[in-house]
Design a protein around this ligand. Structure first.
Ligand SMILES: CC(C)(COP(=O)(O)OP(=O)(O)OC[C@H]1O[C@@H](n2cnc3c(N)ncnc32)[C@H](O)[C@@H]1OP(=O)(O)O)[C@@H](O)C(=O)NCCC(=O)NCCS
Length: 179
Protein backbone atom coordinates (compact mmCIF):
# COMPACT_ATOMS: atom_id res chain seq x y z
CA UNK A 1 0.00 0.00 0.00
CA UNK A 2 1.36 3.41 -1.01
CA UNK A 3 2.21 5.70 1.91
CA UNK A 4 0.54 9.08 1.69
CA UNK A 5 3.15 11.78 1.36
CA UNK A 6 0.87 14.78 0.92
CA UNK A 7 -0.66 17.03 3.52
CA UNK A 8 -3.92 18.33 2.16
CA UNK A 9 -6.06 17.27 -0.79
CA UNK A 10 -9.16 19.14 -1.92
CA UNK A 11 -11.46 18.89 -4.91
CA UNK A 12 -12.60 22.28 -6.17
CA UNK A 13 -14.09 23.70 -9.40
CA UNK A 14 -11.67 24.51 -12.20
CA UNK A 15 -10.67 28.18 -12.36
CA UNK A 16 -9.43 30.26 -15.31
CA UNK A 17 -6.14 30.71 -13.45
CA UNK A 18 -5.54 26.94 -13.75
CA UNK A 19 -5.25 27.18 -17.55
CA UNK A 20 -1.46 27.13 -17.91
CA UNK A 21 -0.78 24.51 -15.27
CA UNK A 22 -3.60 22.31 -16.58
CA UNK A 23 -2.25 22.36 -20.12
CA UNK A 24 1.26 21.61 -18.83
CA UNK A 25 0.44 18.60 -16.65
CA UNK A 26 -2.24 17.18 -18.97
CA UNK A 27 -0.03 17.29 -22.05
CA UNK A 28 1.18 13.72 -21.67
CA UNK A 29 0.60 10.76 -23.95
CA UNK A 30 0.73 8.35 -20.99
CA UNK A 31 -2.32 10.11 -19.56
CA UNK A 32 -4.11 10.53 -22.92
CA UNK A 33 -3.66 6.80 -23.66
CA UNK A 34 -5.91 5.90 -20.73
CA UNK A 35 -8.58 8.55 -21.19
CA UNK A 36 -11.58 8.90 -23.52
CA UNK A 37 -10.97 10.75 -26.76
CA UNK A 38 -12.47 13.86 -25.26
CA UNK A 39 -9.09 14.32 -23.51
CA UNK A 40 -6.79 15.72 -26.23
CA UNK A 41 -3.15 15.12 -27.05
CA UNK A 42 -1.27 17.35 -27.45
CA UNK A 43 -3.08 19.28 -24.70
CA UNK A 44 -2.72 22.99 -25.42
CA UNK A 45 -3.67 26.10 -23.47
CA UNK A 46 -6.73 26.54 -25.64
CA UNK A 47 -7.86 23.00 -24.76
CA UNK A 48 -7.43 23.86 -21.09
CA UNK A 49 -9.47 27.03 -21.51
CA UNK A 50 -12.26 25.16 -23.30
CA UNK A 51 -12.31 22.49 -20.58
CA UNK A 52 -12.45 25.02 -17.75
CA UNK A 53 -15.31 26.88 -19.42
CA UNK A 54 -17.14 23.63 -20.22
CA UNK A 55 -16.70 22.25 -16.71
CA UNK A 56 -18.24 25.34 -15.15
CA UNK A 57 -21.26 25.58 -17.44
CA UNK A 58 -22.57 22.03 -17.25
CA UNK A 59 -25.92 21.04 -15.78
CA UNK A 60 -26.07 19.98 -12.17
CA UNK A 61 -25.93 16.29 -13.00
CA UNK A 62 -22.21 16.38 -13.57
CA UNK A 63 -19.27 17.66 -11.55
CA UNK A 64 -15.72 18.22 -12.72
CA UNK A 65 -13.11 19.02 -10.10
CA UNK A 66 -9.50 20.07 -10.06
CA UNK A 67 -7.50 17.88 -7.66
CA UNK A 68 -5.47 20.26 -5.51
CA UNK A 69 -2.73 19.01 -3.20
CA UNK A 70 -1.02 21.42 -0.85
CA UNK A 71 -2.54 24.30 -2.90
CA UNK A 72 -1.21 23.02 -6.25
CA UNK A 73 -3.40 21.60 -9.05
CA UNK A 74 -2.21 18.06 -9.78
CA UNK A 75 -5.04 16.53 -11.85
CA UNK A 76 -8.76 16.16 -12.37
CA UNK A 77 -11.65 14.03 -11.15
CA UNK A 78 -15.37 14.06 -11.87
CA UNK A 79 -18.59 12.25 -12.56
CA UNK A 80 -21.46 12.47 -15.03
CA UNK A 81 -24.96 11.12 -14.78
CA UNK A 82 -25.64 8.51 -17.44
CA UNK A 83 -28.74 8.78 -19.63
CA UNK A 84 -32.01 7.02 -20.39
CA UNK A 85 -32.37 3.77 -18.42
CA UNK A 86 -29.01 4.37 -16.72
CA UNK A 87 -30.06 7.64 -15.11
CA UNK A 88 -29.41 6.55 -11.50
CA UNK A 89 -25.83 5.61 -12.45
CA UNK A 90 -22.92 8.02 -12.81
CA UNK A 91 -19.69 7.43 -14.65
CA UNK A 92 -16.71 8.51 -12.57
CA UNK A 93 -13.18 9.29 -13.74
CA UNK A 94 -9.85 10.80 -12.73
CA UNK A 95 -6.34 11.53 -13.95
CA UNK A 96 -3.16 12.86 -12.40
CA UNK A 97 -0.05 14.65 -13.66
CA UNK A 98 2.71 12.07 -13.98
CA UNK A 99 5.07 13.67 -11.47
CA UNK A 100 2.46 12.91 -8.78
CA UNK A 101 1.83 9.25 -9.58
CA UNK A 102 2.44 6.64 -6.90
CA UNK A 103 1.65 8.70 -3.79
CA UNK A 104 -1.92 7.60 -3.18
CA UNK A 105 -3.34 10.84 -4.56
CA UNK A 106 -5.71 9.32 -7.13
CA UNK A 107 -7.13 6.97 -4.51
CA UNK A 108 -7.73 9.87 -2.12
CA UNK A 109 -9.29 11.98 -4.90
CA UNK A 110 -11.54 9.15 -6.10
CA UNK A 111 -12.65 8.54 -2.53
CA UNK A 112 -13.62 12.21 -2.14
CA UNK A 113 -15.40 12.32 -5.51
CA UNK A 114 -17.31 9.17 -4.55
CA UNK A 115 -18.48 10.73 -1.28
CA UNK A 116 -19.59 13.86 -3.14
CA UNK A 117 -21.51 11.84 -5.76
CA UNK A 118 -23.41 9.76 -3.22
CA UNK A 119 -23.96 12.64 -0.78
CA UNK A 120 -25.12 15.31 -3.24
CA UNK A 121 -27.04 13.17 -5.75
CA UNK A 122 -29.52 10.31 -5.94
CA UNK A 123 -27.15 7.92 -7.68
CA UNK A 124 -27.46 4.28 -6.67
CA UNK A 125 -24.38 3.23 -8.59
CA UNK A 126 -21.03 4.71 -9.64
CA UNK A 127 -19.17 3.11 -12.48
CA UNK A 128 -15.76 3.40 -14.14
CA UNK A 129 -14.42 1.87 -17.32
CA UNK A 130 -10.69 1.04 -17.34
CA UNK A 131 -8.60 -0.07 -20.30
CA UNK A 132 -7.08 -3.46 -19.58
CA UNK A 133 -3.52 -2.16 -19.94
CA UNK A 134 -4.01 0.15 -16.94
CA UNK A 135 -3.51 -1.96 -13.78
CA UNK A 136 -2.65 1.11 -11.70
CA UNK A 137 -6.16 2.50 -12.26
CA UNK A 138 -7.73 -0.88 -11.42
CA UNK A 139 -5.84 -0.81 -8.14
CA UNK A 140 -7.05 2.75 -7.42
CA UNK A 141 -10.65 1.63 -7.88
CA UNK A 142 -10.18 -1.45 -5.70
CA UNK A 143 -8.57 0.62 -2.92
CA UNK A 144 -11.55 3.01 -3.08
CA UNK A 145 -13.99 0.12 -2.64
CA UNK A 146 -15.06 -0.52 -6.24
CA UNK A 147 -15.55 -4.07 -7.55
CA UNK A 148 -14.67 -5.50 -10.93
CA UNK A 149 -17.96 -6.51 -12.55
CA UNK A 150 -17.17 -7.21 -16.17
CA UNK A 151 -14.57 -7.47 -18.88
CA UNK A 152 -15.98 -6.22 -22.19
CA UNK A 153 -13.79 -7.98 -24.67
CA UNK A 154 -12.20 -5.92 -27.43
CA UNK A 155 -14.61 -3.06 -26.85
CA UNK A 156 -11.97 -0.35 -26.99
CA UNK A 157 -9.94 1.11 -29.83
CA UNK A 158 -7.30 3.52 -28.54
CA UNK A 159 -3.80 4.51 -29.62
CA UNK A 160 -4.01 2.27 -32.71
CA UNK A 161 -4.77 -0.79 -30.61
CA UNK A 162 -7.80 -2.84 -29.59
CA UNK A 163 -8.15 -3.79 -25.93
CA UNK A 164 -10.72 -4.95 -23.37
CA UNK A 165 -12.60 -2.56 -21.10
CA UNK A 166 -12.92 -3.45 -17.42
CA UNK A 167 -16.07 -2.23 -15.71
CA UNK A 168 -15.77 -1.39 -12.01
CA UNK A 169 -18.74 -0.32 -9.88
CA UNK A 170 -19.63 0.74 -6.36
CA UNK A 171 -23.25 0.64 -5.12
CA UNK A 172 -24.64 3.17 -2.66
CA UNK A 173 -25.30 0.50 -0.04
CA UNK A 174 -21.77 -0.86 -0.36
CA UNK A 175 -20.41 2.64 0.14
CA UNK A 176 -22.62 3.24 3.19
CA UNK A 177 -21.46 -0.07 4.68
CA UNK A 178 -17.83 1.10 4.44
CA UNK A 179 -18.45 4.25 6.52
C1 LIG B 1 -4.01 5.69 -12.84
C2 LIG B 1 -3.59 6.91 -12.02
C3 LIG B 1 -4.82 7.78 -11.84
C4 LIG B 1 -3.07 6.42 -10.67
O1 LIG B 1 -2.78 7.53 -9.86
P1 LIG B 1 -1.88 7.38 -8.53
O2 LIG B 1 -2.06 8.60 -7.70
O3 LIG B 1 -0.52 6.99 -8.91
O4 LIG B 1 -2.61 6.15 -7.82
P2 LIG B 1 -2.39 5.70 -6.31
O5 LIG B 1 -1.01 6.06 -5.89
O6 LIG B 1 -3.54 6.19 -5.50
O7 LIG B 1 -2.53 4.11 -6.42
C5 LIG B 1 -1.89 3.42 -7.48
C6 LIG B 1 -1.86 1.95 -7.13
O8 LIG B 1 -1.63 1.21 -8.33
C7 LIG B 1 -0.49 0.43 -8.17
N1 LIG B 1 0.13 0.31 -9.48
C8 LIG B 1 0.69 1.29 -10.21
N2 LIG B 1 1.13 0.77 -11.37
C9 LIG B 1 0.82 -0.54 -11.35
C10 LIG B 1 1.03 -1.62 -12.25
N3 LIG B 1 1.64 -1.43 -13.42
N4 LIG B 1 0.56 -2.85 -11.92
C11 LIG B 1 -0.06 -3.06 -10.74
N5 LIG B 1 -0.29 -2.06 -9.83
C12 LIG B 1 0.15 -0.81 -10.14
C13 LIG B 1 0.34 1.17 -7.14
O9 LIG B 1 1.31 0.31 -6.54
C14 LIG B 1 -0.74 1.60 -6.17
O10 LIG B 1 -1.19 0.53 -5.38
P3 LIG B 1 -0.69 0.34 -3.85
O11 LIG B 1 -1.09 1.58 -3.11
O12 LIG B 1 -1.40 -0.88 -3.40
O13 LIG B 1 0.80 0.18 -3.93
C15 LIG B 1 -2.49 7.73 -12.71
O14 LIG B 1 -1.43 6.85 -13.03
C16 LIG B 1 -2.98 8.38 -13.99
O15 LIG B 1 -3.47 9.49 -13.96
N6 LIG B 1 -2.83 7.68 -15.13
C17 LIG B 1 -3.24 8.24 -16.42
C18 LIG B 1 -4.74 8.53 -16.51
C19 LIG B 1 -5.59 7.37 -16.05
O16 LIG B 1 -5.22 6.22 -16.20
N7 LIG B 1 -6.77 7.69 -15.52
C20 LIG B 1 -7.72 6.67 -15.11
C21 LIG B 1 -8.54 6.26 -16.28
S1 LIG B 1 -9.62 4.89 -15.86
Amino acid sequence: MTTRSFERLVLRPWQLDDKTLLSTIANNKRIWRNMTNRFPYPYEENDALEWIEFSNTQPQDQRHFAIVVDDVVVGGAGFTRMTDLLTRTAEIGYWLGESCWGRGIATAALTKATVSAFHDFDFVRLQAGVLDWNPGSCRVLEKAGYTLEARLKKQIYKDDAVCDQLIYALLREEHSARD
